[in-house]
Design a protein around this ligand. Structure first.
Ligand code: GH3
Ligand code: MG
Ligand code: MG
Length: 234
């Protein structure tokens, strides 16, 4: 019951009895009483019945709440934060922060082609692969989100343009270098990135998404697999 991690001599010390907890129909967990099994006439057994009846549904409800909270903030395919969470993080930065911040939009290049040639599951694998590379390219406290089908965003608090460009370049390079492996074969991927920073050159945090989007558009126009910076007029 306690797994192989517990040495043999300690298992007897930690032996116990597991009582299943149910939500009314399914087993959702167990209450384990450590020590020797209770005698059938032990007084504690009388209290145990109502406790088990009570605990099962409570555990199931707590787990359901936890799962729902997670679903509200996490993209189910990649495990990254969703668009709403990105917006929440940006809004929490404050409309007049004295600190700089950078938003990077990342869009996979010719992703439709990959789906069309290798199939949708390969496309999904590519999205997960890129998600891990994005996470590896940023620091704790930065926010990596999937904001659309094959579109990602990275929010870099306290990061001015120059450092933001370094992060975006690191992302672009790592995706281009660490190819996707699918069915034993290797496939190259590239990304285009649009980057917008506050307060220079974009003076209002609220304008960062539109500015990053315009820069991303220019990166696509300029040939893809590149990083473009937003300018004052986007
Ligand atoms: P571009 O270089 O201009 O960005 O071209 P693109 O093909 O990447 O862009 P386009 O917007 O034409 O196609 C995006 C594709 O992304 C189309 C859609 O099938 C695919 N896609 C969106 N969401 C998912 C998903 O969750 N899984 C998979 N496998 N594909 C997705
Ligand atoms: Mg796109
Ligand atoms: Mg694309």
């Amino acid at each position: 019951m306690f797994g192989l991690g517990v040495p043999q001599r300690r298992r007897s010390e930690r032996a116990g009895t597991a009582y299943p907890l149910t939500d009314g129909s399914l087993i959702v967990g167990a209450l384990v009483l450590l020590g020797s099994p209770l005698e059938p006439d032990a007084p504690l057994l009388e209290d145990l019945g109502p406790l088990l009846t009570d605990l099962g549904p409570r555990l199931a409800a707590a787990r359901a709440l936890h799962d729902a909270e997670r679903r509200a903030v996490v993209d189910p395919l990649t495990g990254l934060r969703n668009r709403r969470e990105l917006e929440r993080a940006m809004a929490a930065y404050g409309p007049k922060s004295s600190e700089p911040a950078t938003l990077v939009y990342i869009d996979l290049d010719h992703f439709k082609r990959l789906n069309d040639t290798l199939g949708h599951p390969a496309g999904d694998a590519a999205l997960k692969h890129v998600a891990r590379l994005l996470e590896a390219a940023v620091r704790d406290g930065d926010v990596v989100a999937r904001i659309g089908g094959e579109e990602f965003a990275v929010w870099l608090p306290r990061t001015p343009l120059r450092e933001g460009v370094e992060v975006a370049e690191r992302i672009r390079r790592s995706v281009a270098e660490k190819h996707l492996t699918w069915s034993g074969s290797v496939y190259p991927l590239t990304t285009s990135c649009g980057i917008a920073s506050y307060p220079e050159p974009i003076g209002d945090l609220l304008n960062l998404p539109a500015a990053a989007d315009a820069a991303l558009y220019r990166a696509k126009q300029a040939g893809r697999n590149r990083v473009e910076k937003a300018t004052q007029g986007h």
